[in-house]
Design a protein around this ligand. Structure first.
Ligand code: NAD
Length: 471
């Protein structure tokens, strides 16, 4: 373990450790070399022809069986996720069930119509377009949703006839290894290969795959988008957020306070959809006090305890980065309303923290901290609140709490984010609806739902004309 955080190359090995008990090593693995990545992609390419040649009903069947296999191993995946990434029990259990549902959903999608029949250009020929697989999908995933994110990429990739080479985040390698084992027997050889590693392995995968689906930070996503563009391959990148929740005086303020607290601090704020800025419109009397109360009511502790809402952050560097960001804001004149300190001796725990009297242009309001930290900002009216909400380079999700339908309709048109949620927390994703951000939060075609078919297939147009020999 280095001074900076949870992972370090130790005699050529990477290690994944429990953020609640960093002395516990969960997985120790050599980083996959560029040569090994090339070999894996070559093997995947050979397997792809066979996989794409299966009847769609057979691919659907294998995805259904994959869903059943994950369901059967759900308990084990939940325990592993709690320990490896520190996700609170309730959330980890929900994530695994979501993974099962995603596999089942794309088992069905494999049987959707795969093209269009078009009017005959001459009254006799057949003209149609079909969606065909792209080839080998390179999947690069973050540690914070170690089951659902890989599955929401893998499932559509396979349903539409691609095979996958997957590089998970080093901090989630134990979960990744177990998930690969569970899926391997059902899917068959070469259909899914998991390659442990970090930047070097990921870079090599972007150089070899036929398309790349990435989820992670905006910094890494930016470099992957450039590398993919240089190779002219399709790339989608879902990245960070600086999500705003706007509270209007006519909202149910108690209910809004508890939803905002949970979406800002749940899972220690380590969701791309977490609320990071709470914009309170003048007249919302008592809201900030209710928010402080709701934050204080959240249980911080062992992620394995069913009552816990806020577990550890992922690494010591994540913890020190968040503590520094709050301290820097405090030195610039901001006021810590609650929290602001490390909360336990062992493990990377931080008190849920609200920071007020802070400038919208400050670092804390502009950059993703990825910890249980949110700022509280004031706006004179809805117009100003929307301006503040849109005044960041990110654009993943925003939420608005109000009982005024006109205000909700106007704001939802103008909030420049991929998702807008009214009287609902920023955190919350429906796997059957398109998902993804704008600006520094998202690049390329969106993920999930039926939208995924556009990324994981390419269109081919066919014309069949009569041979001219009678009939
Ligand atoms: P990260 O960017 O550090 O790593 C993501 C993945 O990229 C990992 O697998 C990592 O090993 C790999 N990687 C790192 N450098 C690479 C390189 N040069 N080339 C190729 N691959 C490389 O992110 P993280 O810390 O694992 O995850 C947290 C981030 O993910 C946060 O910013 C969060 O907002 C974001 N996230 C976004 C979404 C979304 O859907 N928008 C969902 C979850 C997490």
């Amino acid at each position: 373990m280095n001074a900076a955080g949870g992972l370090e190359p130790a005699s050529g090995l990477l290690e994944s450790r429990s953020p609640a008990r960093p002395s516990q090593v969960l997985a120790s693995f050599p980083e996959t070399s560029a040569g090994e990545v090339r070999a894996a992609v070559a093997a995947a390419r050979r397997a792809q022809a066979e996989w794409a040649g299966l009847p769609a009903t057979e691919r659907a069947e294998r995805l259904s069986r994959a869903a059943a296999a994950v369901q059967q191993a759900a308990g084990e995946l939940v325990e592993l996720g709690i320990v490896e990434v520190g996700k609170p029990r309730g959330e980890m259990a929900g994530e695994v069930q979501r993974g099962v549902a995603i596999l089942g959903y794309y088992a069905g999608a494999a049987l959707d119509p795969d093209g269009d029949s078009l009017p005959s250009p001459d009254g006799r020929s057949l003209l149609w377009s079909r969606r065909v697989p792209v080839g080998v999908a390179g999947l690069i995933t973050p540690w914070n949703f170690p089951v659902a994110i890989p599955l929401w990429k893998l499932s559509p990739a396979l349903a539409y006839g691609n095979v996958a080479v997957w590089k998970p985040a080093p901090a989630a390698t134990a979960v990744a290894r177990r998930l690969e084992e569970i899926l391997h027997d059902v899917l068959g050889a070469g259909v899914l290969q998991m390659l442990p590693g970090d930047a070097e392995t990921g870079t090599a995968l972007v150089e070899e795959a036929d398309l790349v689906s990435f989820t992670g930070s905006s910094r890494v996503g930016g470099s992957i988008v450039s590398a993919g563009a240089a190779r002219r391959i399709p790339v989608q990148a879902e990245m960070g957020g600086q999500n705003a929740s706007i509270v209007l005086p006519d909202a149910d303020l108690e209910r809004a306070a508890s939803m905002v607290a949970a979406s800002a601090m749940g899972y220690a704020g380590q969701k791309c959809t977490a609320t990071s800025r709470v914009i309170v419109v003048d007249g919302s009397e008592g809201f900030v006090e209710a928010l402080v109360e709701a934050v204080l009511a959240l249980e911080v502790g062992d992620p394995g305890d069913p009552a816990t809402a806020v577990g550890p952050v992922i690494s010591s560097s994540a913890l020190s980065g968040a503590l520094d960001a709050v301290e820097q804001a405090r030195r610039s004149g901001a006021r810590v309303l609650v929290g602001g300190r490390q909360s336990r001796e062992e493990g990377y725990f931080m008190e849920p923290t609200l920071v007020g009297e802070v400038e919208p242009g400050s670092h804390l309001c502009q950059e993703e901290v990825f910890a249980p930290v949110a700022t509280v900002l004031r706006a004179r009216h809805l117009e100003e609140a929307i301006e503040i909400a849109n005044g960041v380079r990110y654009g993943l999700v925003s939420s608005l709490y109000t009982s005024d339908l006109d205000a909700a309709m106007a704001a939802s048109r103008r909030l420049d984010t991929g998702l807008v949620r009214v009287n609902a927390p920023t955190s919350g994703v429906d796997f059957f609806a398109p998902f993804g951000g704008t600006g520094a939060s998202g690049y390329g075609l969106k993920e999930q739902g039926k939208e995924a078919v556009h990324f994981y297939t390419k269109t081919k147009t066919f014309t069949f004309s009569p041979s001219g020999r009678g009939r």
